[in-house]
Design a protein around this ligand. Sequence first.
Ligand code: PLP
Length: 358
Amino acid sequence: MGRPWVSVDLAKVEENACAIVRLCGQHGISVTGVTKGTCGSPEVGRAMLRGGVASLGESRLENAARLRAAGVEAPLMLLRIPALSRVDEVVQGVDLSLDSELVVLEGLAAAARRRKGVHPVILMVDLGDLREGIWPDDLVPLARAVAKLDGLRVTGLGTNLTCYGGVVPTEEHMQRFVALVDEVERALGQRLAWLSGGSSSALSLIAAGAMPPRVNHVRIGEAILLGRETVRREPWPGTAQDAFQLHAEVVERKRKPSAPGGPRTADAFGRYRQFEDRGLRERALLDVGREDVDVEGLTPLDPGMEVLGASSDYLVVDVTQAEADVRVGDEVAFALSYGALLAAMDSAYVDKRYRGDL
Ligand SMILES: *Cc1c(COP(=O)(O)O)cnc(C)c1O
């Protein structure tokens, strides 16, 4: 046992990737597997590649470097709009980036010229989710300006929904996207190779046959890692939801009242909470906390257990109705949300144990 740990079942990651790649392939769509939820784990990246993804997508240059250093040779796509101050690292570290700002694109072009190369870019369009992307009114002028830059190649247009605004991708959004692509192609007199139509939230649209045929690329993380689409967060057919689980050890188990006693102020994180008085309850304290994981994203595998809360270093779990007899020294396992997975993979205090081909 020892420290809390995340179990990573690489065969399940591979199978999940395979199911997504097969579905998308049937609709003429190629898949970039997104490893950012695992901090660019090379083991996970390789499992995705075995499952058939065409390339890997990362949000962090550090994670892209981790993949490269581990010998992963697949093309790497930078998903996060790059910072102006890091254009040289982008051109050096990845094979393609998603972009939206002219000054940054000018910087990338200059960086590519310094390396005597050409950096391919996908211009991101904001269809209303209000995170990254060029507003449609500004798209054609910006694309024209970018096309003139030596050192860059505009290889496509992309869009991203359901990340900030929670906007659900519809057929109308995608038709609008394709119409914008047509406009840009006419303005540039060039056909764009890649129409990158979204993330795990686009899967239902694809499966329904409602994605316009010109959309030929998606960037998929959560559906491969956790086996869920991200509109209703329902399990995706043919995928496993338990490729990743968190395991933590019980360090205290006692019967205590369910409501704190005495005058009260905020908790250690400045939050005021209401407590329901449910009488005496059996409680377990686990050796994992907010420093390691997004506590709200943990679901105990034992359906009788309930996460009550956490501080930096402890997780408080009500085990009164637990199916297992929970004792000090026992391990408790949890399913993870995307946020909880991200935090746990990033925590230096949580071990990662891989099962399957590394
Ligand atoms: C994270 C990210 C994705 C992958 O999203 P999932 O919901 O995990 O499939 C795709 N595109 C961009 C731009 C991203 O930042």
